[in-house]
Design a protein around this ligand. Structure first.
Ligand code: 6PG
Length: 237
């Protein structure tokens, strides 16, 4: 595990973007599972503005690690957020974008997306292998859309499951632990003071860390990098 502590969100975006560009450069093609929420916005804006001509975007195939079960035009949609901050600004072929159909029945879509991932990605030990999974972490220790109160989803034998947000009840489709930990590279993008306690507990294996899904992230490739800003890292410095 590598921990990179950067001054602020912009520096996190800069550092991650350089890592991402190098990864794309080093491969024929790159299958990436994106995270949602708000942290990625700064990163996506930076990638779109600074790396438009520095990356061969036709090599990148975009999936989502989790998606809210809402239409693609809904402000809650991770796909919409990604279009607004990244995809609409870059020469990315439509065929390279594999969105979760948030408007569909959640259970049917979890099945469909799990099968899509399985048939599109290379398999490693029979499990779909992303080149890169980008994760965020909630201040409750959730990651993707696996929340502490349904941590059992992590160990599902399925590639994708339906999760329910503990506060809003919103249904989500999320990839599971088997897919996350099979990835060649996993990155956490975590910023803001609200995450500092969980960052310490998860990284230092302290407190009730083993009840937080973020603690279950342990790719067999051993390639796990945390990109933190000073605020999120203040309890581990
Ligand atoms: C989502 C995400 C989720 C997110 C964390 C952190 O769909 O919301 O995938 O796992 O990464 O909740 O969200 P913020 O970056 O907004 O704090």
């Amino acid at each position: 595990m590598e921990i990179k502590i950067l001054e602020n969100k912009t520096e996190v975006a800069k550092s991650f973007s350089a890592y991402f560009a190098e990864l794309v450069q080093s491969q024929e093609q790159l299958f990436v599972a994106l995270s949602g929420g708000s942290t990625p916005k700064t990163v996506f804006d930076y990638l779109a503005s600074e790396y438009r001509n520095k990356i061969d975007w036709t090599k990148v195939f975009f999936f989502w690690g989790d998606e809210r079960c809402v239409p693609p035009t809904d402000s809650e949609s991770n796909y919409k957020m990604t279009v607004d901050h990244l995809l609409s600004k870059l020469p990315i072929p439509e065929a390279n974008v594999f969105r979760v159909l948030g408007e569909n029945d959640p259970e049917e879509e979890a099945l469909r997306y799990g099968e899509l991932v399985e048939k599109t990605l290379p398999l490693e030990k029979g499990i779909p292998q992303f080149d890169l999974v980008i994760l965020g972490m909630g201040d409750d220790g959730h990651t993707a859309s696996i929340f502490p109160n349904s941590i059992y989803l992590w160990d599902s034998s399925r590639n994708c499951k339906v999760a329910t947000h503990p506060d809003s009840g919103q249904k989500r489709v999320t990839i599971t632990g088997r897919v996350i930990n099979q990835a060649k590279h996993v990155v956490f993008l975590v910023t803001g003071a609200s995450k500092k306690e969980k960052v310490r507990e998860v990284i230092r294996r302290e407190g009730e860390y083993n009840s937080y899904p973020a603690s279950m992230v342990n790719p067999s490739s051993d390639s796990l990098v945390w990109y933190l800003d000073q605020e999120a890292a203040q309890e581990i410095k």
